[in-house]
Design a protein around this ligand. Structure first.
Ligand SMILES: CC(C)(COP(=O)(O)OP(=O)(O)OC[C@H]1O[C@@H](n2cnc3c(N)ncnc32)[C@H](O)[C@@H]1OP(=O)(O)O)[C@@H](O)C(=O)NCCC(=O)NCCS
Length: 142
């Protein structure tokens, strides 16, 4: 099992190419970004289909981040009138259908459970879940 995971990681890294997204146009992986000039993407970032990134005030995604499908990441939130840079730090994993609000930092090697609403910073190596997201544990697999 462990070897299979290692092989999958190697394959992904071998085929990874830096995306060049256009404003509000689905990429070939079917995720969409508004204001792509304000999206900073690290190496080996994996973003799932139907994820939306609102990068008007800047979104910074570091190396080896994995974002599931159907997530929403907002640097501007027109409903609550908030805005701020979103940082997703190295190795963090965001479960599918999660929402990240403006100004939030997701720490290194942290995990966000599927269907979470993240409205506060998440420390490094932390697992959070729920609406709003709360800590349930620490990521010891790093
Ligand atoms: C958050 C997550 C990483 C936790 O995994 P884990 O550390 O193995 O945790 P467990 O499954 O032991 O669950 C611990 C507790 O959190 C709850 N929980 C787990 N994931 C949850 C979630 N997404 N939302 C709400 N509660 C959750 C469990 O019900 C359990 O509660 P209990 O202690 O009251 O029974 C995982 O459940 C998850 O959501 N992964 C994302 C998967 C995904 O989206 N994949 C697609 C993208 S590739």
């Amino acid at each position: 099992m462990e070897w299979r995971c290692i092989l999958q990681t190697v394959d992904f890294k071998r085929i990874w190419t830096k995306p060049n997204p256009k404003h509000n146009v689905p990429t070939k992986w079917n995720w969409v970004v508004s204001y792509p000039e304000n999206l900073q993407l690290g190496k080996y970032v994996d973003i799932g289909a139907f994820t939306y990134l609102q990068a008007q005030k800047r979104i910074v995604i570091s190396d080896n981040v994995e974002i599931g499908s159907h997530c929403s990441i907002y640097s501007v939130n027109t409903i609550d009138g908030t805005s701020g840079i979103v940082f997703i730090m190295e190795g963090a994993q965001i479960g599918s259908h999660s929402t990240i609000l403006p100004g939030v930092t997701i720490g290194k090697n942290s995990k966000v459970g599927a269907h979470s609403l993240v409205n506060k910073n998440v420390l490094d190596n932390t697992i959070v879940v729920g609406v709003p997201a709360k800590k349930i544990g620490e990521n010891s697999h790093v």
